[in-house]
Design a binder for this molecule. Structure first.
Ligand code: SAM
Length: 277
């Protein structure tokens, strides 16, 4: 890919393209086609099956917003699960919460973990933290085998294709509810409202059928399709909009703030309509 332009086709008619300085690694793993490249604009970037996963320059937005909203909403998160997330970015953010005694990461593809450690060390650096257990396995099966185990679960998976297809089903969300403790909270990345409106409608409907508190929030992620990224939160008790002021302890971030914790749930009208609000 060196010196060329790498294009991610986000729909049949639209995509983004970026200049690549050099290819770092490409491999067809057991589950997906893995590419790691040094891009001129975004630094090192991980692609899976031709889709942007994370980049050195804008990764903090997604990883902070997946982690800190549920972790500050729960009053005392101790046991946390990340499904997917093999680049380590969500785990890095989870480690900023001293209440977390153990974080388990379950990613189906060990190659993602291996090459993220090699080429994205500032993202993957906490995967070796003693509070972290890394499991290479199917997140769907891990959830099916878990019960009353986790305070917070974060689903940081690829798109609902290939190995991740089961991670956007109502059965999976029901399994998450079972795997959570009685006051548990989960968040799932839920793609974008411009090209995946039907997916968002379905995910919100499924989660609302299972969790008494269901909310959607957004963040700006320039390298993801449309740049407007959605997250679905399901909670058995705690409402992210009712977090007490004194709950927010100081943490180092570059996107998340305690003000944005609530403002992120203010949705544009066309997204509110999708979320059925
Ligand atoms: N932030 C990215 C996004 O929103 O598209 C996701 C990044 S992370 C690298 C996605 C991870 O999901 C990949 O490492 C992939 O191996 C993992 N994954 C896909 N299906 C999975 C499954 N069934 N169980 C566990 N991990 C899975």
């Amino acid at each position: 890919m060196a010196g060329l332009w790498y294009t991610e086709k986000q729909t049949e008619n639209f995509g983004i393209t970026m200049k690549v300085n050099r290819t770092l690694h490409t491999e067809q793993t057991e589950f997906q086609y893995l590419e790691m490249a040094e891009t001129a604009e975004w630094g090192n970037m991980l692609f899976l099956d031709g889709m942007v996963m994370t980049s050195q320059r804008d990764e903090f937005v997604y990883h902070e917003m997946v982690a800190h909203i549920p972790l500050f909403t729960h009053p005392n998160p101790e046991n946390v699960l990340v499904v997917g997330g093999g680049d380590g970015g969500v785990i890095r953010e989870v480690m900023k919460h001293p209440s977390v005694k153990k974080a388990t990461l379950v990613d189906i593809d060990g190659k993602v973990i291996e090459y993220s450690k090699k080429f994205l060390p500032e993202i993957a650096g906490e995967l070796d933290n003693p509070r972290v257990e890394v499991i290479v396995g199917d997140g769907f099966m891990h959830i099916a085998e878990s019960e009353n185990a986790y305070d917070v679960i974060m689903v940081d998976s690829t798109e609902p294709v290939g190995p991740a297809v089961n991670l956007f089903t109502k059965g999976f969300y029901a399994g998450i509810s079972k795997a959570l403790k009685e006051e548990g909270i989960f968040v799932a990345q839920s793609d974008n409202p411009w090209f995946k409106a039907d997916l968002i409608r379905q995910v919100i409907k499924d989660v609302k059928d299972i969790f008494p508190v269901t909310r959607m929030y957004t963040a700006n992620i320039p390298t993801y399709p449309s740049g407007l990224w959605c997250f679905t939160l399901g909670s058995k008790k705690y409402d992210p909009l009712e977090v007490a002021e004194d709950r927010f302890h100081e943490i180092e971030t570059k996107y998340y703030t305690k003000e944005l914790h609530k403002a992120a749930f203010v949705l544009p009208k066309f997204v509110k309509d999708l979320a059925g609000e």
